[in-house]
Design a protein around this ligand. Sequence first.
Ligand SMILES: Cc1cc2nc3c(=O)[nH]c(=O)nc-3n(C[C@H](O)[C@H](O)[C@H](O)COP(=O)(O)OP(=O)(O)OC[C@H]3O[C@@H](n4cnc5c(N)ncnc54)[C@H](O)[C@@H]3O)c2cc1C
Length: 384
Amino acid sequence: MSNIFGSTLVDTADHHPMLRESVGKLVGSFGRTYFQDVVKRKAKPVELWSAMGEAGFLGVHIAEEYGGGGSGLADYNVIVEETAAQGCPMLSLVIGSICAPIIQAHCSETLKNEWLPGLASGKKRMSFAITEPNAGTNTHKVTTTAKRNGTKYWTSGVDEADAIMVVCRSEMVDTHGRHQLSLFIIPANAPGITRTPIETTLHVPEVSFTMFFDNVELGPECLVGEEGKGLRHVFAGLNPERVIAAAINNGISRFAIEKGAQQSKDRSVWNTPIGAHQGIAHPLAKAYIVVQQARLMTARAAALSDISSPDAGEIANMAKLAAADASLEALDQAIQIHGGNGLAIEYGLADLWFIARLHKTAPVSREMILNFVAQHSLGLPKSY
Ligand SMILES: Cc1cc2nc3c(=O)[nH]c(=O)nc-3n(C[C@H](O)[C@H](O)[C@H](O)COP(=O)(O)OP(=O)(O)OC[C@H]3O[C@@H](n4cnc5c(N)ncnc54)[C@H](O)[C@@H]3O)c2cc1C
């Protein structure tokens, strides 16, 4: 597929255009139909995952001493966006994006050596479990205890994971009487863990589960960082997770707009290509603009995160919100341009809808981002 987006606007390093080209070539050799076929067969994109691992694309942001590429989120953003732009929006890239930075920042050398090389090569996988049915967005209400029991839901990719990073409630309480949280890395098949899949509308290979923890053994060797500091440790993974979620949406946007532009030129219903009608052209042009804004913001968030800027959190949140909205606008117009075919799976657009829509809700919801901006950027009182 042609690249009408170029890379001049958003790339923040000289090597990014070349990186885009290599990722585009590799993932493009699989392409949208490969990804759709994997989903249809309820299989996993193992060939694509291995090829990306071998090329070093899965671990660019992990330190070289642990088998990674030693660069940062700016490179990883380019890789993930390019992967989705080729029609392969792998949510596994988001699922894993939170764990490696937390391990790198807070784990013992033993845990780093145990996990980072495998995560970098793609040979090991880790899911992340924070969300609970009765806690939801309010993490302080997490009830899964470091004494081994509890329920998590929406934990994604556990069927492919070697371990789960689980946010648990510890016995320690803070000055407000709230239980402190601790983080544990638990083998995905540990005795006492059971799971049931959640059926969704998403056309993806990844499956999300409700997880039941019943007297699961948790030794001190499973603890990430310090007991009671779990929430603080999670912060190391929040910007990467938001940026990578945005990158998926930006890639979906590019895929949609490129297809929409092509169809606008190719399809004539009256005497001119449909793209000559402003009712078709203007919404697509408008979508292109909001997508470029979202890509710019995402690239900036990644670059700021790489230099540990205190502004990275605000911009990563805003980028995720902007990218989710922009991708829905882009997809909506691309679907419209394709007429009835926009809704046919064969055209590869409609089945992207809920993947794009997901990131309005997860990993952090639109409302919680608006709360963050209202409170921290605008200085408004906290409402909850
Ligand atoms: C496909 C999928 C995959 C997922 N994968 C994972 C995963 O791998 N690991 C994991 O831990 N979680 C995962 N999640 C869960 C996801 O992160 C949560 O669904 C999300 O954070 C929202 O939490 P909740 O569903 O409990 O909603 P709730 O917290 O119940 O919120 C419901 C609604 O109320 C709004 N709301 C809540 N509080 C406020 C407030 N103070 N002000 C304004 N509005 C508010 C929310 O924004 C939301 O719109 C996944 C979810 C999906 C759908």
